[in-house]
Design a protein around this ligand. Structure first.
Ligand SMILES: Cc1ncc(COP(=O)(O)O)c(C=O)c1O
Length: 432
């Protein structure tokens, strides 16, 4: 077999993005400004309707410098802090858990269902376990729409509604953030669903009988625009939220601005208005805003995004065909009630151990094919072992991981590349 260089997940950046970045740099305004605000409004429209024309929908999305920051800001906004517990799947990337830890909360891991969800095979939390873990200290649960596959929110909402009797909102400490958090927690009236949708911009699912896009399903959502994601701004992310009864979207938007920009009452753009130099600092907060240079990349990515998703779906179909022939289990990216953003293609090779899986990865690398493993469960990582977690308590997560390989899935792959990956996979299964 020949050799070909197939990268795992290079960014798809074209002349449109390059021209927009150059334009932003020439414009005289390079930090958070008009491009970031436009991207926020267009993302809000995209989440609400699936179309990204700016329809003036303000205050539903805030663009930040990462998904990690977006999740942390979401959690801080709802008042998660020391003494609180946050339920996180054991099977995810560290950011899902670390953002909660940064807030001072205790992370409680939940194992996944054996072999993942029955329809999509996605390594999704076992919601019966989540129900058992919820107690009076639990303030949020963080489902992960892993690989772009949307979780079973009907079931998750059922669990958090069912356990609402043990939920009591954190009393306000009298500060503007404390007041807002208390009003949000009181209006939600149960453990908040704060989704990690780092992979899932553009995905959607029927929830509560209606099809909804990711960002309009959970109470709060975070997206990643990191360089390896479907939709990129090099580094970046966004926080989104569903309207909350009795709380104005503007209030949430304003508080996220404060939380992400030093607690400063005016941003740099507002301060440039003649005579408007004076500002206040309401609390010594964080610094994680998006710049107009990176927002420029995002604006042009958003123009191209429907086409990028379509190409991902074509590649998934080709992989599905070959994996089904080889008897290899894989994520199911489309079901009658769910459309994935096709971010990752996870496969699980039957009857192999970790060592053989690693040999297969090496064999494919010898053919020039870069693969990956999403994820080594968090209780296997040094930091989380140090916090007292043990993978023995998460047998389904370990089982899912031990024979897993992630194939390259991105829009720089030609059909010939995809066929080559399939041939290298078939060879690795045969020879390892
Ligand atoms: C599941 C998941 N959550 C969160 C993140 C963090 O994203 P970011 O790098 O934008 O902070 C990632 C990044 O890879 C991720 O895979």
């Amino acid at each position: 077999m020949e050799k070909r260089t197939i990268q795992f997940s290079p960014p798809d950046i074209g002349e449109l993005e390059i021209a927009e970045v150059a334009e932003a740099m020439r414009s005289g305004w390079i930090t958070t400004g008009p491009r970031t605000k436009l991207l926020e409004r267009r993302l809000a429209a995209y989440i609400a309707t699936g179309r990204s024309e700016d329809d003036g929908e303000p205050d539903r999305v805030v663009c930040l410098n990462s998904a990690t920051a977006a999740e942390e800001i979401n959690l801080r906004l709802i008042g998660v802090g020391p003494g609180d517990e946050v339920i996180v799947p054991a099977y995810t990337y560290t950011a899902t858990a670390s953002a909660a830890i940064h807030c001072g909360a205790r992370v409680v891991f939940a194992d996944i269902r054996k072999d993942g969800a029955s329809d999509t095979h996605m390594p999704e939390m076992d919601y019966d376990k989540v129900a058992e873990l919820i107690n009076e200290r639990t303030k949020a649960v963080i489902p992960v729409d892993l690989g772009g596959i949307v979780c079973d929110y009907d079931r998750l909402f059922e669990v958090v509604e069912h356990t609402s009797s043990c939920f009591s909102p954190t009393p306000s400490d009298g500060t503007p953030l404390g007041d807002l958090s208390n009003r949000i927690q009181s209006a939600v009236g149960r453990v908040a669903v704060v989704t990690d949708a780092a992979h899932a911009l553009g995905a959607g699912r029927v929830v509560g009988g209606a099809y909804r896009n990711c960002g309009a399903i959970a109470d709060f959502t975070s997206f990643s625009f990191h360089a390896v994601k479907n939709f990129t701004t090099a580094e970046g992310g966004a926080a989104a939220w569903k309207p909350i009864r009795g709380v104005q979207n503007e209030e949430i938007y304003h508080m996220t601005q404060l939380l992400s920009l030093h607690g400063q009452s005016k941003d740099a753009l507002a301060k440039t208005k003649a005579g408007a130099w004076e500002y206040d600092i309401i609390a010594p907060w964080y610094k994680c805003n998006m710049t107009d240079i990176t927002a420029g990349i995002g604006l042009r990515q958003l123009d191209r995004y429907p086409g990028l998703l379509e190409r991902r779906r074509e590649i998934v179909k080709r992989y599905d065909h070959v994996c089904d022939m080889l008897g290899i289990s894989h994520l199911v990216h489309t079901t009658p009630t769910m459309t994935s953003s096709c971010h990752l293609y996870l496969i699980r090779v039957p009857d192999i151990d970790e060592e053989r899986r690693n040999r297969m990865i090496e064999r494919m690398a010898e053919r020039g094919v870069a693969t990956n493993v999403h994820y080594k469960p968090l209780p296997m990582m040094t930091a989380y072992k140090g916090l007292g977690w043990d993978i023995k308590d998460f047998p389904n997560s370990f089982d899912y991981y031990h024979n897993l390989i992630t194939l390259p899935l991105h829009t720089k792959l030609s059909n010939e590349d995809v066929d080559f990956v399939c041939a290298a996979l078939e060879e690795a299964v045969r020879l390892c």
